[in-house]
Ligand binder design. Structure first.
Ligand code: DX5
Ligand code: ZN
Length: 242
């Protein structure tokens, strides 16, 4: 691993965040949906970009990110499920993304793509599918602001949480803690897929600090009630130590 060097870009507080995925929102009313979910307590907005190539589904591009940007002031967290990656990075940066994450197996030059994201003024995230090894982190920890552990195979909302993600979260948490304790920058540990009120406590216990949730929130009648229940469960996960 490279030696940690203090990173002045890092401003992440040591806290937890809920980032609803607009994949499950009503696309005909996206502006209203993101305003409502932020008013209900969402910390970030998660934007799932799928290209019908890296994943079978086809969703949205930078124009939709630009369209929702004026509706909310919270960070927009763009999850690129596309191959190749690099051409889209400046487009999403211009469209108002704060974080841009990509799958290392979708980029021919992972180190270059991470640098490209930061050069475009965004924070950089690396995403791990259920079978993608964390060893991708070995030489690029200093270039990463977020690690995203997929707890489903990417491509669709509404899938069931894969339990093996818990062990992977624990391993990622150990790597990140070792890195920051050695003086490295703070790194967000995000989880994505099948996150619900009834499993978020154990996901927190495994070390995640940032929780993507799509179908658990959008399409339901009471966004604020769900987010409140999720926070209560996260607090329960924290009282039983990692
Ligand atoms: C899956 C996406 C997820 C998805 C989560 O490829 O990356 O963000 O929308 O949806 P739920 O919470 O319904 O599993
Ligand atoms: Zn996602």
């Amino acid at each position: 691993m490279p030696s940690p060097t203090p990173n002045i870009m890092s401003t992440q507080p040591a806290s937890t965040r809920i980032t609803p995925s607009i994949l499950s929102a009503d696309f005909a009313r996206l502006g209203e949906e993101v305003r409502n979910v932020v008013a209900a307590g969402a910390d970030w907005i998660h934007v799932d970009v799928m290209d019908n190539h890296y994943v079978p589904n086809l969703t949205i591009g930078p124009m939709v990110c630009s369209a929702i940007r004026p509706h909310v002031s919270v960070p927009i967290d763009v999850h690129l499920m596309v191959e190749p990656v690099d051409d889209l990075v400046p487009m999403f940066a211009k469209a108002g993304a704060d974080y841009i994450s990509f799958h290392p197996d979708a980029s021919r030059h992972v180190d270059r793509t991470l640098s490209l994201i930061r050069e475009n003024g965004c924070k950089a995230g690396l995403v791990f599918n259920p079978a993608t090894p964390l060893s991708y982190l070995d030489y690029v920890m200093d270039k990463i602001d977020l690690v995203l552990i997929m707890s489903v195979n990417p491509g669709f909302g509404g899938q069931s949480f894969i339990p093996a993600a818990l062990a992977k979260l624990r391993e990622a948490r150990a790597r990140i803690d070792a890195w920051t304790q050695a003086g490295g920058q703070e790194i967000v540990l995000q989880v994505d897929g099948g996150v619900k009120i009834d499993n978020i406590a154990e996901i927190r216990r495994a070390g995640a600090d940032t929780f993507v949730a799509g179908s658990a929130i959008f399409g339901k009648p009471d966004y604020a009630g769900i987010i409140k229940s999720m926070r209560e469960q996260i607090a329960i996960g924290e009282t039983t130590a990692i």
